[in-house]
Design a protein around this ligand. Structure first.
Ligand code: MUC
Ligand code: MG
Length: 376
């Protein structure tokens, strides 16, 4: 009957640009607006599911841009799903892989929309479709990335006072290493003891620089160092990690697929891995990468690409189902936007972000906001 007809009837992809509250600087770019592709999938039963593909500074963080994501969905990926039953998620993934190589962010947004539509049809949260939630709140960090230490200290103080965040990730690599170390020394002096500091170099250092700087980061009390080396240099990460006085290392851009994760495990190249839908091609792919990490004793970290409440909720739905999430998450994205895309944004309180209740993703796309932020 119609209520049970889960076949995909229509797919729509919309590019949106949402301004951020301040410039966000990382090693390779500086962003003042977050660009997403919002995917709406309508089933024959009339239910609509929604997903979001995030980017950071165009195709600079990874190879996908919003323009490319929309073009690939419209021409190749959406046609592969039309008529396909939305609840056959593994088969849907195989169809998407047959239609286009990689394009993981585009595939993740489509798979998210399928999960949302199936959950809404059944009246179940997406987490229930993935085995069920083992947690409903997640410690959430904030990223300091203006590059101006006075501004960064003031921003961190405001987050601490509001009991929103007490772990801070500092973006490094846009400045020379010595300048970043001086900046970090100021942040550590101001915030040390009251906050945990981690850093993300976004691939900016070579192995020689990292060998020199990592012990100094440890001396400053930095608790975790994310992707200090280029994504290709997994062997180098393994060599750094084997040295004394090096803080724990977090793999980000070097782990997209479960095969990448296996290679990082084989090289003993990371203490933890940053999980992101845009890298792993969806919620099922995220669980697959997490399973390889868990098998190798590598910790899980709930990564982001500055998603809105829509994309952040999709991440929380899958993070909720992971038995261990030792390093918490970084889904502060909704807080750095000047506006959100959903009717009721995610709730942040007492240093945690909360899994929204209700069916599907637990958040609902606001059509007025979508229209407002849609690129004309
Ligand atoms: C990244 O490389 O981790 C996540 C948080 C942030 O500030 O930048 C992103 C991307
Ligand atoms: Mg990173």
């Amino acid at each position: 009957d119609l209520a049970r007809d889960l076949a995909v009837a229509a797919v729509r992809a919309t590019i949106v640009d949402v301004p951020t509250v301040r410039a966000h600087k990382l090693s390779q770019t500086s962003v003042t607006a977050q660009s997403y592709v919002v995917v709406q999938v309508r089933l024959r039963n009339g239910v609509e599911g929604v997903g979001e593909a995030a980017t950071l500074g165009g195709p600079r963080w990874s190879e996908e841009s919003v323009e490319g994501i929309k073009a690939t969905i419209d021409a190749y990926l959406a046609p592969a799903l039309i008529g396909h039953p939305a609840d056959r998620l593994v088969a849907a993934g195989a169809r998407l892989d047959a239609a286009a190589k990689r394009n993981n962010a585009a595939k993740a947004a489509l798979e998210t929309a399928l999960f949302d539509a199936v959950g809404r049809t059944l009246g179940l949260p997406v987490s229930a479709l993935l085995g069920g939630a083992v947690r409903t709140a997640f410690p959430v960090l904030w990223t300091l990335a203006s590059g101006d230490p006075d501004q960064e200290i003031a921003e961190a103080e405001a987050k601490l006072a509001a009991r929103l965040h007490r772990t801070f990730k500092i973006k490094i690599g846009a400045l020379a290493p010595e300048a970043d170390l001086a900046r970090l020394a100021r942040l550590a002096a101001a915030l040390g003891g009251r906050a945990t500091l981690i850093v993300d170099a976004n691939q900016a250092w070579d192995e020689t620089t990292a060998r020199r700087c990592l012990p100094r980061l440890a001396d400053l009390g930095v608790a975790l160092v994310e992707q200090p080396l280029p994504a290709w240099n997994v062997a180098g990460l393994g060599r750094l990690r084997a040295r004394d006085g090096v803080p724990p290392l977090l793999a980000d851009e070097c782990v997209f697929t479960p095969h990448d994760m296996l290679a990082v495990a084989g090289a003993a190249a990371a203490d933890a891995v940053s999980l992101k839908l845009v890298k792993h091609g969806g919620l099922l792919g995220t669980r697959a990468v997490a399973a390889v990490a868990q098998a190798a004793g590598i910790g899980l970290y709930g990564g982001c690409l500055l998603e809105s409440s829509l994309g952040a909720s999709a991440h929380l739905q899958v993070f909720a189902t992971l038995r261990d999430l030792a390093w918490g998450c970084e889904h502060f994205g909704p807080q750095i936007l000047t506006g959100d895309l959903v009717t009721e944004p995610l709730r942040f309180a007492d240093f945690e972000v909360h899994l929204p209740g209700g069916p599907g993703l637990g958040v609902t796309l606001d059509p007025d906001r979508l229209r407002h932020y849609a690129r004309s």
